[in-house]
Design a protein around this ligand. Structure first.
Ligand code: ATP
Length: 459
């Protein structure tokens, strides 16, 4: 049974060190969360899986890590200053503020009053000042999406890699949005991470590439353990599209709070490269734009057929890392009733995502030979490069198993007296017990076969 309530997940995340509320000891900072010792591993594993699939396993994608602080003109020319807004309403009774499209039945969620203002646009970008003098000329933005860093580096990347169409640029990094009402744990926050790919194509081939990317991204989420029953591709209606998009397909996931967006795959046409290249008048943003502030770059590339410089179209699969973590936790969280009537919670994570791959537990922590043997097994497993191997000597094997079930560790290895040749059965010398998280089956494995056994099953 997967997690049915957000409370169960929030509680597990706090109890076991996956995710904590940001600035917790000062009462919390709304819309921020900190990833704890296990959360950072899970998140890093998810990002590594995305990078592997979208950069290393393809021959047509390059990587990038651009800065978070962004020149205001980048976000002016991209259209974000003028249009990156959500509609906001105020409750005249209790003075709280709400995103207009989240208000149900015209009533304030806090006090139940229905005296709400008309919706007005609220720009979600965080502004800050750069340098020692804080005035109008020194402000910059924290990027609201990682994408603009890719667009403004388009020429640098083409010039330095000699790429031709079609090709893509991938980036993983923080983005910031001053959400009016952050909610649903890490689903809607003000500081989050995105895994974005801008895939540049010849105009005319964009719709075909769009469909290909929707299929590839759905398959990737299934490879991370999300089941088809909980995933859906939703085609946005014309009035839902962002200012830059010709078409967008959202990948929705059945989160504990409902079927909601996990990733958006947009056909951004030539909007961004075009607006960083041409006169802003072409894009109807001129009210805010001084022609002297146009960029100096021509973000163009030869057309594969005519060899003439063109502004390519771009397909953008844009996924939230935090929403990915939440979806994966939701799917993996399982409550089981065992034969003896007791209950166990187990995170059935795909092994490549598990924060800890193997826990090595010495049966007795006050027996130096067992401890030494267990540590040497831990070190030799680590040396095979399988990821985090955890040595844990709390001395209570049963509790250790339960804890590792809850955090999704695929294997627990127990070192005991038999391992040292001091048990009843000499045939068990130099063997260990390996316990499987999902089946709870225990097998006796020779130490020299352990690394191969684990590697085979972590795939
Ligand atoms: P929503 O409609 O839920 O506000 P969006 O359509 O504005 O999301 P995009 O601009 O398409 O989101 O951003 C791409 C991805 O970034 C989203 O699919 C989501 O996974 C992630 N994302 C966007 N906003 C947030 C947020 N406030 N908190 C966490 N993740 C977010």
């Amino acid at each position: 049974m997967p997690a049915t309530s957000m409370e169960e997940l929030v509680s597990l995340c706090k109890r076991r060190g996956f995710i904590f509320p940001g600035s917790d000891i000062y009462g919390g900072l709304q819309g921020t969360y900190d990833y704890g010792p296990l959360g950072v591993e899970l998140k890093n594993n998810l990002k590594a899986a995305w990078w592997r699939a979208n950069v290393y396993e393809r021959d047509d994608v390059e990587g990038l890590d651009s800065s978070i602080l962004t020149h205001r003109l980048v976000l002016r020319h991209s259209g974000h200053e003028a249009t990156f807004t959500d509609p906001m309403v105020d409750c005249r009774t209790c003075k709280s503020r709400w995103r207009a499209d989240h208000v149900k039945n015209g009533k304030c969620e806090k006090c139940g009053g229905s005296d709400l203002t008309e919706p007005r646009p609220f720009n979600m970008m965080f502004k800050t000042t750069v340098g020692p003098i804080a005035d109008e000329s020194s402000y910059a933005y924290l990027r609201p999406e990682t994408a603009q860093g890719i667009f403004v580096n388009f020429k640098n990347i083409v010039d330095s890699t000699s790429r031709r169409l079609p090709f893509g640029v991938a980036q993983i990094g923080k983005a910031f949005r001053n959400e009016i009402t952050p909610r649903n744990f890490i689903f809607r926050v003000r500081e989050f991470e995105q895994m974005e790919l801008e895939f540049f194509v010849q105009p005319g081939s964009d719709e075909d590439w769009h469909s290909q990317w929707v299929a590839a991204r759905l398959q990737w989420w299934r490879d991370q353990g999300l089941t088809s029953d909980n995933l859906e591709a939703y085609h946005q209606a014309a009035d839902e599209l962002a200012h830059y998009a010709k078409a967008t397909v959202d990948i929705l996931y059945r989160f504990p709070h409902g079927m909601e967006e996990l990733e958006g795959i947009a056909n951004r046409t030539d909007f961004d490269l075009g607006s960083h290249t041409r006169s802003q008048a072409d894009y109807n943003l001129s009210a805010h734009v001084d022609p002297n502030e146009d960029s100096t770059a021509k973000l163009v590339i030869p057309d594969p057929d005519t060899n003439k410089p063109i502004v390519p179209f771009v397909i953008e699969p844009s996924a939230g890392v935090d929403r990915g973590v939440l979806a994966i936790l939701t799917e993996a969280y399982t409550k089981e009733t065992l034969e003896n009537g007791s209950e166990r919670i187990v995170l059935k994570l795909k092994p490549h995502l598990a924060p800890i791959k193997v826990a090595v537990l010495p049966l007795a922590r006050n027996k130096p030979e067992i401890v030494e043997k267990a540590k040497s097994i831990k070190n030799s497993l680590m040396a095979t490069g399988i990821g985090r191997v955890f040595y844990e000597d709390t001395g209570n094997i049963g509790k250790g198993y339960r804890r590792h079930d809850e955090v999704g560790t695929p294997f627990c290895v127990t070192v005991d007296f038999d391992t040292l040749g001091r048990g009843d059965d000499p045939a068990l010398t130099d063997t260990v017990t390996v316990r499987d998280r999902d089946t709870m089956a225990q097998e006796r494995i020779a130490i020299h076969e352990l690394a191969g056994y684990v590697r085979e099953r972590l795939k």
